[in-house]
Design a binder for this molecule. Structure first.
Ligand code: BG6
Length: 513
């Protein structure tokens, strides 16, 4: 196997500017996201000196608790979720900046109490009147919370202070509800105040797609229909729905993964070079690509999409239950846990190049990657090798768990005969840059604190993502599946997914680990 030369450059601390002084208000502070991701990410930013010394966190939750109790609880959780070694003095500095306000999200009194606390926190920690509100709550609260914040004046930007709101997914459950939520928000605050988060954009390797394409001169000339046969995007998960059956059964794999995470991967892989790295220049190009995706007709939905639901099966030698037996899932659920789709992009660069996407739970390996398969050489000189045995060149962008890029090509095998073998040239992130323990939220939180919205979704992008999947939601709803469960846990999804590729003379590339 050809191996890229490995440099021994030691991992370096992140370079970047310290964020603005500010207070972060977390709605839903007792939830999983706060303890697993947000608090460890803030601590990591502090340890890299990227967090301002004039910083504070105010948690808002329903549970009646004092700030001291909240500090104690978050300190306990942090022991479990810290991503690396913890400096006790730094944690102590951090935890002293945590405050708590208890109340219901739909009770106006909660916001009066919050305003009072923010006034005090601003004085104690000199946060300069800057604040961002992170909505880690059930989606039904997104609109009402922003309206309440506006009503008490907390979203007003004056005297050079900024006020922003970070909205988690799901942003709507279809095109209409996403539009309605955008309208509700935009009635009371400006688009530049809204940071719609997609945690996939926090992944280094997702950001690296842009660096790979636009910081290197050799790829752009061949990044088009003339040289590329097709592109595959796979987001495989080993886990089932875990304890999220209640949420997931109303969402399904399509809503949960496609209009957001998978559309990010598509747009970054296929967009035109932006004129600058200004937030709107990048997002304009992403939006253009999403608008160029050919809309599905009802017939397309039948012939170009596949849905599946996992049954019981064996994974790593262990029996695992069917989706319908998971906690919070009705025994006759028709919700899909797997989806595969074929898409086309109607523009000059991509006309006629198929894009195959798939995502599913309970697959054999957790693996997210983009495979760019190039056209075969026009004719073959090698008598010993059948044309169909020649594997086409594939460039693979490995997003997770391995982070890197590999290129597959043919090489002569040693010996007197002219025979060909397949080799992979691999670049692994960790070999070059070391491993930086991170939750994946550091960059996104930091960007929000410095006002860089490049990696956040604009209203038009969210709506474009939903427009693509909306016809699929409609047809699937009208024609409920009759064969669920249709794939056992631990396999690569329903056979129809392989057939989707085989009909076009292609096949999925599976990565076992
Ligand atoms: C979330 C989905 O947005 O992304 C989950 O709701 C999914 O169902 C998760 O498991 C995958 O994220 P990651 O970072 O583990 O690939």
């Amino acid at each position: 196997m050809a191996q890229a030369q490995t440099l021994t450059t030691p991992a370096r601390p992140r370079v970047g500017r310290t964020a603005d002084p500010c207070v972060m208000v977390i709605f839903g502070v007792s939830g999983d996201l706060t303890r697993r991701k947000l608090i460890p990410a803030l601590y990591n930013l502090a340890s890299q000196q990227l967090l301002s010394r004039e910083f504070a966190v105010v948690g808002v939750g329903r549970a009646p608790m004092t700030s001291d109790q909240a500090r104690q609880k978050l300190s306990e959780d942090f022991k479990q979720y810290a991503t690396g070694a913890v400096d006790p003095d730094l944690w102590e500095w951090f935890v002293r900046r945590l405050h708590y306000v208890s109340g219901d999200f739909d009770d106006p009194n909660t916001y009066t109490a919050l305003k009072e606390t923010l006034g005090k926190v601003e004085k104690d920690h000199s946060t300069h009147g800057n604040a961002f509100f992170y909505l880690a709550t059930a989606p039904d609260y997104f609109g009402p919370i922003v309206e309440h914040l506006t009503a008490v004046g907390l979203m007003t930007e004056e005297s050079g202070h900024w006020r922003r709101v970070v909205i988690e997914k799901p942003f709507g459950r279809d095109l209409d509800s996403a539009r309605a939520l955008n309208q509700q928000l935009l009635k009371v605050i400006g688009e530049q105040q809204i940071y719609r988060i997609d945690h996939y954009l926090g992944k280094e390797t997702v950001q690296n797609i842009l660096a790979f394409r636009f910081a290197n001169g050799i790829f752009e000339p061949i990044w088009n229909r003339r040289y590329i046969d097709h592109i595959q995007i796979s987001v495989g998960e080993v886990v089932g729905v875990e304890s999220r059956g209640g949420y997931y059964d109303h969402a399904g794999a399509l809503r949960d993964m496609v209009p957001n995470h998978i559309m990010q991967l598509i747009s970054l892989t296929t967009m035109e070079p932006p004129i600058s790295f200004d937030a709107n220049a990048v997002r304009d190009e992403q939006a253009k690509i999403l608008h160029a995706i050919q809309p599905y007709t009802s017939e397309d939905v039948l012939s170009k999409t596949v849905r599946g639901q996992y049954g019981e099966g064996t994974m790593n030698g262990q029996r695992v239950p069917a989706y319908r037996s998971e906690q919070g899932v009705p025994p006759d659920s028709r919700t899909e846990t797997y989806v595969a789709m074929k898409l086309l992009i109607d523009n000059w660069r991509w006309a006629g190049v198929p894009f195959y996407l798939r995502t599913g739970k309970r697959l054999p390996s957790r693996n997210t990657h983009v495979v760019i398969e190039f056209r075969r050489a026009p004719f073959v000189l090698f008598r010993e090798t059948q044309v169909e045995d020649l594997v086409p060149n594939q460039l693979v962008l490995h997003i997770q768990p391995e982070e890197g890029i590999s290129l597959r090509f043919a090489a002569k095998t040693p010996g007197p005969a002219m025979k060909l073998g397949v080799v992979d040239m691999d670049f692994e992130y960790a070999d070059y840059f070391g491993q930086n323990p991170s939750t994946g939220y550091e960059r996104l939180l930091h960007d929000c604190m410095i006002g860089d919205a490049t990696l956040f979704q604009r209203a038009d992008m969210v709506e474009a993502g939903w427009s693509i999947v909306n016809p699929v939601l409609d047809v699937w709803k009208a024609l409920p599946p009759r064969n669920f469960p249709n794939y056992p846990s631990g396999c690569w999804g329903p056979k129809e997914s392989d057939e989707l590729m085989e009909r076009d003379g292609r096949r999925w590339r599976n990565f076992e680990k």
